[in-house]
Design a protein around this ligand. Structure first.
Ligand SMILES: *[C@@H]1O[C@H](CO)[C@@H](O)[C@H](O)[C@H]1NC(C)=O
Ligand SMILES: *[C@@H]1O[C@H](CO)[C@@H](O)[C@H](O)[C@H]1NC(C)=O
Ligand SMILES: *[C@@H]1O[C@H](CO)[C@@H](O)[C@H](O)[C@H]1NC(C)=O
Ligand SMILES: *[C@@H]1O[C@H](CO)[C@@H](O)[C@H](O)[C@H]1NC(C)=O
Length: 235
């Protein structure tokens, strides 16, 4: 089995997991809108979301031991919901900077869509006008491909190594990490494979395991088997 290390040098997010090789694509990655429409500049919803809720949550997440915060604010129909999570190995300062930037960038990146998910290297942000906090669901996953096919041609060997690496990374995150976060490395292939997995702190460990296993299944239907670098992040 590949070794799994709790500290190293890779990436991660909300209920996400990924394999990656040096990132080719530019961050951040977004999932804009799910049929909820758009809000206008200066609206009550925008004030609730960006000025009031996001500011508190960015502060709360970066000062929390789990680097996670979620909440809602405002009266219907202008209630805003947000969830933010920083990668398990970043500093409080980097966490604060990432979520503050990402939260505000999400509004422009998605033309003020009323449901936005955004994934950066150091954090994940989801903002919406409805309650999406579902410990057993993961609608609105952000997927991103950062590197195309492997170059040594051994897809079967690669897929085998990847499956083992995913499994041990998820196991470590669920069973051994206070932040439900793990990074791993497999030397079964040449070059090796890096991995990371993390759950948000509002999940129980069994829910975390289910979520990450769900994403592993989604990985198979989202990316080609020879994918060299990619990630999935959900709420
Ligand atoms: C932020 O943290 C404070 C102190 O723990 C708490 O009272 C407040 O409800 C939190 N804010 C949100 C929006 O969750
Ligand atoms: C709302 O935002 C979405 C997501 O960016 C965009 O595709 C759509 O064109 C916008 N809708 C309107 C009516 O502007
Ligand atoms: C952005 O949203 C506004 C307001 O809904 C709309 O008028 C505009 O066409 C949208 N722009 C794009 C690029 O979707
Ligand atoms: C992970 O946790 C399990 C169960 O508590 C323990 O048996 C195992 O030794 C731990 N592994 C590591 C690498 O810490």
């Amino acid at each position: 089995m590949p070794g799994v290390y709790s500290s190293s040098m890779i990436i991660i997010h909300a209920l996400l997991l990924l394999v990656l090789i040096p990132l080719a694509a530019a961050q951040p990655w977004t999932n804009c809108g799910r049929g909820q429409g758009n809000y206008s500049a200066g609206s009550t919803y925008e004030t609730n979301l960006l000025d009031l809720l996001l500011g508190t949550l960015c502060h709360n997440a970066s000062s929390s031991p789990t680097l996670f915060a979620k909440g809602s604010l405002g009266a219907a129909p202008d209630t805003a919901w947000a969830l933010i999570l920083c990668r398990g190995d970043v500093s409080a300062k980097m966490c604060y900077e990432c979520v503050t930037w990402a939260g505000h960038y999400a509004a422009t990146a998605c033309n003020r869509s009323r449901d936005v998910a955004l994934c950066c290297d150091q954090c994940y942000v989801r903002l919406a006008d409805h309650n999406f906090f579902d410990p057993n669901g993961n609608a609105g996953v952000v997927s991103s491909l950062s590197a195309l096919g492997i170059t040594n041609g051994d897809v079967v060997g690669y897929d085998w190594a990847l499956t083992g690496l995913f499994s041990s990374t998820v196991k470590y995150a669920v069973d051994n990490s206070s932040r439900m976060f793990a990074m791993g490395y497999s030397a079964e292939t040449e070059p090796g494979i890096y991995s990371a997995a993390q759950c948000a702190a509002d999940l129980s460990r069994p829910q975390c395991r289910n979520c990450l296993q769900g994403l592993m299944g989604m990985w198979r239907t989202t990316f080609l088997r020879n994918t060299r670098g990619a990630r999935l992040a959900g709420p």
